[in-house]
Design a protein around this ligand. Structure first.
Ligand code: SF4
Length: 385
């Protein structure tokens, strides 16, 4: 009998299964029902006991998902617990001072995430009676929430069949399907979302009559397998519940996937910072409203483009132009490789800081602990102890 085949470009549906034309592997089967059942079974037996998994409160899930972006689970746990103790509701977040919110976030980086959450909480109190919305479209409208986070909140808090795609799931599906193109290709991205959607839809069907929270379990199970088994580099395939469906495992070339976009080239930037102490107090300033890391505190610092600029700044701060730094910090922010040289300057009298229009202050060591600092400047604060 002729096969009924509906074919759209390189993706098509046939006999209840999705197929994808990879170029090399022309027609490969994808079986969402079978994969979903395996993931659900594995997750029921192996899910890690994480504090945010003990609740379905959408606010708590939201906080965990935002914190987990670009941050490892073990780092997030104490931050999430402290945040939920201090700001247990949307109302409490909306009413909190920005400085308190940033302090609770200190060390997690990408501070705009914390600012956006507070902004969203204020909006929800003013426009939605302080309640967290329950539809994907409404959640997606909140500041700081993209398709991944909206999908995660809908599935985890409300058990809705919304797909999610993060780095872990991208890696897992790329290997499962041996996707030959770079993962930043728009068709590849669309395919991965589609695969993720097919899996969570299958999980929803499988849980339909049982009342099981399958959408939540499936999405968290995929993330968990990606984070603990289908790890970057050498995946632990012998522990993988979906090994029999994995095309990369069958070919033995798992480490070739995901195909990564071309490497971004890093730009080097050099900064100098001064520790200026007077009678047990240290000079610091709050970053301006529109600056990157706005609202965070920092030690006096400047970007230097060449040696003569650096010498001139050192001399203005009362140091010889050839002074050696007290400490050096190297860190990376997005595409910048930053070197921060730290100098102890003799006094504030010769400081170039006073010309700054930003809010500055002399703080004791204890006061420095209370206000939020960016990660690099929090390290300088640690050197003072
Ligand atoms: Fe990843 Fe290996 Fe599982 Fe394939 S079999 S999904 S490569 S862990």
């Amino acid at each position: 009998m002729m096969t009924r085949l509906l074919k759209l470009s390189t993706i098509w549906f046939d006999k209840g299964h999705w197929f994808f034309d990879h170029g090399a592997d022309l027609k490969t089967e994808f079986a969402p029902e079978a994969i979903s059942a395996l993931v659900l079974g594995w997750y029921a037996a192996h899910a890690r006991d994480l504090p945010w998994r003990r609740t379905t409160d959408p606010y708590a899930v939201w906080v965990s998902e935002i914190m987990l972006q670009q941050t490892q689970v073990k780092t997030v746990i104490p931050y999430w617990e402290r945040w939920m103790r201090e700001l247990p509701t949307i109302q409490s977040l909306a009413e909190a001072d920005l400085e308190k919110v940033l302090k609770l976030w200190e060390g997690l980086g990408y501070y705009r995430r914390a600012r956006a959450m507070r902004q969203a909480a204020i909006w929800l109190v003013e426009n939605n009676g302080g309640a967290f919305p329950s539809t994907h479209a409404e959640i997606l409208n909140l500041p700081g929430i993209g398709p991944y986070t909206a999908g995660a909140i809908c599935s985890i808090a409300y058990n809705q069949p919304t797909p999610i795609v993060d780095g872990n799931i991208t890696r897992l599906i790329s290997r499962l399907e041996r996707i030959q193109k770079p993962v930043d290709d728009s068709k590849v991205k669309a395919l991965i979302w589609k695969r993720s959607g097919a899996l969570v839809a299958a999980a929803a069907r499988q849980g339909q009559d049982t009342g099981a929270r399958n959408c939540s379990a499936l999405n968290q199970g995929l993330m968990e397998i990606g984070a603990t088994i289908c790890i970057p580099g050498k995946p632990l395939c012998l522990l993988c519940p979906i090994q029999t469906h994995c095309k990369a495992f069958k070919k033995g070339d798992q480490e070739r996937y995901p195909q990564l976009p071309e490497r971004v080239s890093y730009t080097r930037r050099n900064f100098i910072a001064f520790i200026i102490e007077r009678d047990g107090r240290f000079l610091v300033r709050k970053r301006e409203e529109k600056a990157l890391n706005a609202g965070l505190w920092e030690f006096p610092n400047w970007e230097v483009l060449n040696d003569s600029e650096k010498e001139s700044l050192l001399q203005k701060a009362g140091l010889p132009g050839s002074a050696a730094p007290f400490r050096k910090i190297k860190h990376t922010i997005t595409r910048y490789r930053i070197t921060l040289e730290i100098f102890k300057a003799p006094s504030a009298g010769n400081s170039i800081w006073d010309a700054s229009s930003t809010e500055s202050s002399w703080m004791t060591l204890e006061q420095l602990q209370i206000v939020p600092f960016s990660s690099a400047h929090a390290k300088i604060r640690e050197f003072l102890k």
